[in-house]
Design a protein around this ligand. Sequence first.
Ligand code: NAD
Length: 509
Amino acid sequence: MIDARDMDLKTAARTVLDRLGADTAALDGGSMASFSPVTGEQIAALAEHSAAEVTAAIDRAAAAFRSWRNVPAPRRGELVRLLGEELRAAKDDLGRLVSIEAGKSPSEGAGEVQEMIDICDFAVGLSRQLYGLTIATERPGHRMMETWHPLGVVGVISAFNFPVAVWSWNTALALVCGNPVVWKPSEKTPLTALACQAILDRAIARFGDAPAALSQVVIGGRETGEALVDDPRVALVSATGSTRMGRQVGPRVAARFGRSILELGGNNAGIVCPSADLDMALRAIAFGAMGTAGQRCTTMRRLFVHDGVYDQLVPRLIKAYGSVSVGNPLTSRALVGPLVDGQAFAAMQAALEAAKAAGGTVHGGARVTDAAPEAAFYVKPALVEMPAQTGPVLEETFAPILYVMRYSDFGSVIEQHNAVGAGLSSSIFTTDLRESEAFLSASGSDCGIANVNIGTSGAEIGGAFGGEKETGGGRESGSDAWKAYMRRATNTINYSRDLPLAQGVVFDI
Ligand code: NAD
């Protein structure tokens, strides 16, 4: 394993990329500077791919599709099995690069790579289970069935905060479903993308006969992404990022009748009921709200605590916020690492000011400067006691802020819970079966993820992942999310000597 303490982060990142066999020739001299949030230092300056280069990548992917779609799915699964093996071998290195580029703790960096390994395992099994149905037909001597076929080129656009896992959720599924991938990673995390490509290239080399350009990375920002979004040969655009980005991408893909999976922002809440196990709730809330420095789409951002337990739970939470360790994730065992950049810090401070103006009492939230380089942004997570769900509470600020509110009536707290734009993740802490079931029912949480006695973050890959409303409605990862990556055909076969028409229609000529 590379020990980043022994070298500057630029050198550490390149050492990892070299070891993985990535092409490091183009890391300098470009216009797209990339920084490590750990120290704020610049670690690369890559050239952005132009729209013409993206089009050329899609040309190559379209050619790869024509042969990959005819490879039997279990054989396609073999490539993903090899990818899983390569990821196991590269887990420490890739996890460390995630820490350098996204500022995650080593445990969270390694956890993200584990998620990649898990989705590969899932997809290998899936490669033998791309089932269709046989459906009862109303016509004698007929058979009706559903078949699933590869869809086409899949474009993946990803956010900085899960720089590698989101690619693997999409790519493992896309590959077994018979589709090539063109990936535009976040402009803030290009190096981990190059590392992933190198790891997949190793698997492809071992696989032997995969078509060229089955998986490609295009580097750049919004414009590079737009070239992917607008190309009609990109059958599916899977875009992960802010709701602002989704508002731009969704209509553009729809305008050309393309398919999209939108995985957008969250404003996730927890509800603590009178019967809750408060020790368990405390730990779950602390991880959900402060983990990854509040930079998960599933971070807990709102908390409703019943009047009867508020004074038992909230002072303990405030104490935990005061004592949580904040610091360099590579050189310390701190639980909370840096914000991604100065913009994130400014957005956090603006939200805290707005919360104060709306009557909130802020605990924490100050910048931590002890031993931190000036260009890095470390903050104490903030807990804000709010009189009501107003102002900044209604929006996602991508930073560690938890807004805490009291409630007394279960029915109205569910209404409050659902009264925000986003609909990603939610949780309830209760040992009362009625409350738990009501929360999970049709009139309960309106989110794509609803948990009981677990925080809002840290989903497993086996379930479909995604959310409703302004979170975009997309689903990826487990369950039957694979269906979005395939073309469904309904086939009816007449093996009789007659031609009965459906619905009893008569048309005798
Ligand atoms: P962002 O929206 O700034 O950028 C995300 C990606 O979209 C980047 O690759 C960016 O270059 C690209 N992009 C932006 N505008 C585009 C456009 N018009 N056309 C094409 N591409 C465009 O998000 P971020 O700051 O990197 O990530 C944080 C956000 O992502 C948060 O809102 C978080 O909740 C969300 N997120 C959601 C999920 C999820 O699964 N729901 C997962 C991770 C992050």
